[in-house]
Ligand binder design. Structure first.
Ligand code: PEP
Length: 246
């Protein structure tokens, strides 16, 4: 029997002011009437950190950090600054790889910094449409995992997010997700981890219409949700499907 934690992670991206985040969390907190079995994480913009949140049932995460602990990096935020305000850090999101040229090597440095400060990284990996069409899924995932996890010996949460499914409304099929998640577990085994122990989330146009079916897939340990997480009732419905899947 599998013994992995399940997650429902909201990635607000560059959306919601501080007061909108507080309203969202207050509402979400009031909708949850039992102690969640699902690890429920909300990642607002960094400007929302430090506000009074109802965080007994909900964990807070951030969407990025700089790999350095301090220094002359104008406009950047270090782990020390978010340390007591968040428990999770999304790393390697495809939007950061694409728009901010984040390399696997840079993501690896960030990951090591996050682990040093005992926060939990959520490492995003996934292939582009071109890589899928060229039969390069395995090669891409292997490269991302082995480079991002170099010199890392603790288990980290992985989010499989095919780039072509993020924000496009085009969810990957169950077959594609199962195949990719199994591939990821095998690669993790090959590079020295115990793949069976690592939670792998799916991300890419998850919504309340597809979440119920996707969470029944054996290898799916929850979701990383962008667009659909901005509406609190929508996010709550997805969380409920995960909760009911235990
Ligand atoms: C994401 O931002 O990680 C994501 C999966 O976005 P969306 O759910 O909008 O596709």
């Amino acid at each position: 029997m599998r013994n992995r934690r399940k997650y429902s992670v909201a990635n607000f991206k560059m959306n919601k002011t501080r007061s909108e985040t507080v309203d969202f969390l207050d509402k979400l907190n009031s909708l949850i009437d039992t102690v969640p079995k699902t690890v429920l994480v909300v990642c607002p913009p960094i400007t929302s950190l430090g506000a009074e949140f109802p965080v007994d049932k909900i964990w807070i995460g951030v969407q990025n950090i700089n790999s350095n602990e301090s220094g002359a990096y104008t406009g950047e935020v270090s782990i020390k600054m978010i340390d007591s305000h968040a428990n999770f850090v999304i790393l390697g999101h495809s939007e950061r790889r694409e728009y901010f040229n984040e390399s696997n090597e840079e993501i690896n440095k960030k990951l090591i910094t996050v682990l040093k400060y005992k926060l939990e990284p959520i490492l995003c990996i996934g292939e582009t449409l071109k890589q899928r069409k060229n039969n390069e899924v395995q090669k891409t995932l292997k490269k991302q995992l082995s480079k991002c996890l170099q010199n890392v010996d603790s288990n980290v949460i992985i989010a499989y997010e095919p780039v072509w499914a993020i924000g496009t409304g085009e969810t990957a099929t169950s077959e594609i997700i199962v195949e990719a998640h199994q591939m990821i577990r095998n690669i993790l085994n090959d590079i020295g981890f115990d793949g069976e122990k690592i939670s792998i989330l799916y991300g890419g146009s998850v919504n309340r219409n597809n979440a119920k079916e996707l969470i029944t897939l054996d290898d799916v340990d929850g979701f990383l949700i962008g667009g659909a997480s901005l509406d609190v009732e929508h996010f709550y419905d997805i969380y409920k499907f995960i909760e009911e899947s235990f």
